[in-house]
Write a protein that binds this ligand. Structure first.
Ligand SMILES: Nc1ncnc2c1ncn2[C@@H]1O[C@H](COP(=O)(O)OP(=O)(O)OP(=O)(O)O)[C@@H](O)[C@H]1O
Ligand SMILES: [Mg+2]
Length: 143
């Protein structure tokens, strides 16, 4: 079900949308972020983690999993699958499925397009590059 569908007109607005969205995501939930290079996935994550009192995140290109501590007392896993080319077995072997299933924190997954079908997340955020500064941000919730 689509729970939000808006056009962001700046990186700042995308961060604000991410921060608003963070208010409804609970510990144990998994968020997939999909969209091309430069679509704004990391900006959205920046706003999201800001709600949890986390500043200064890196765009995790080589490191696959970055772990942060939320001010609410649980971990936030920022995962980037840009370079991930495996299938379900590799996802299992890398411990990523475990990380989703142990539900001790929130997982935010960039380039989740790579693993669609291997895991059913609570939310899918789709970012579409419309123009230089416009991004359509559609949030879907799975029930
Ligand atoms: N409305 C907007 N929302 C988000 N970013 C925007 C917007 N307009 C311009 N930008 C710019 O687009 C870029 C988005 O970069 P960002 O790292 O968030 O993308 P990404 O989807 O994470 O890309 P990658 O696949 O490389 O990780 C930034 O340079 C940002 O300033
Ligand atoms: Mg990114």
């Amino acid at each position: 079900m689509v729970i939000s569908d808006i056009v962001s007109k700046s990186a700042d607005e995308t961060r604000k949308i991410g921060k608003e969205f963070a208010k409804i995501v609970k510990k144990g939930e998994v968020v997939f972020l999909e969209g091309n290079l430069g679509a704004g996935k990391t900006e959205f994550v920046r706003g999201f983690v800001e709600y949890h009192g986390i500043k200064d995140i890196k765009s995790p290109s080589f490191t696959v999993v970055f772990e942060h501590q939320s001010a609410l007392g649980f971990p936030i896993y920022h995962i980037d699958l840009y370079r991930f080319e495996g299938g379900y077995i590799e996802l299992l072997e890398r411990g990523i499925i475990d990380l989703f299933e142990k539900r001790d924190g929130i997982a935010l997954v960039e380039w989740a397009d790579r693993i669609e079908g291997f895991y059913m997340p609570q939310y899918i955020v789709k970012l579409l590059h419309l123009s230089e500064r416009e991004r359509r941000i559609r949030i879907e919730k799975n029930f």
